[in-house]
Write a protein that binds this ligand. Structure first.
Ligand SMILES: [Zn+2]
Length: 141
């Protein structure tokens, strides 16, 4: 059993979904591996919170887990970094690009509201048609 196998099936192990033989292998690895036992402990803490507090616990992520997730995310962002074209821009150009994006967004919103205002009378009229049609259909034999 290596860490890779342990982590791949850690949820099944903690949920007691493994056969006894496998569960024993997992327990053994957990006893001997600091990394995996730490992870198992964290996951147990999370599921314990779910059991004790129900759904409310969904929003109360343990501080350790939160910090870890945040760190992993930051590392990911640093590794993949921002697009190279963005880094090559000067600060002035960057704010220019941002401003353009914001203006574009505002224009889109403004255009959207105008369009929906223009379209409303049309849909009112079509409602009228439907009402007229209903009346006429009612008079048919
Ligand atoms: Zn391990």
């Amino acid at each position: 059993m290596d860490c890779k196998e342990f982590q791949k099936n850690i949820h099944r192990y903690l949920d007691g979904e493994l056969a006894d033989v496998d569960a024993e292998r997992f327990a053994s690895h957990e006893r001997h591996c600091e990394l995996c036992s730490h992870q198992a402990e964290e996951l147990r803490a999370v599921s314990k919170m779910f059991e004790e507090d129900g759904l409310a616990a969904e929003f109360a992520v343990p501080e350790v887990l939160r910090a870890k997730t945040l760190r992993a995310f930051q590392e990911e962002v640093q590794e993949n970094s921002v697009p190279s074209w963005w880094s090559s821009l000067s600060t002035g150009l960057r704010s220019g690009v941002m401003a353009t994006a914001v203006v574009g967004l505002l224009l889109g919103v403004a255009l959207g509201s105008t369009l929906s205002a223009t379209l409303t009378p049309t849909s009112d009229r079509s409602l009228l048609y439907v009402a007229l049609l209903d009346e006429n259909v009612g008079e048919l034999p």
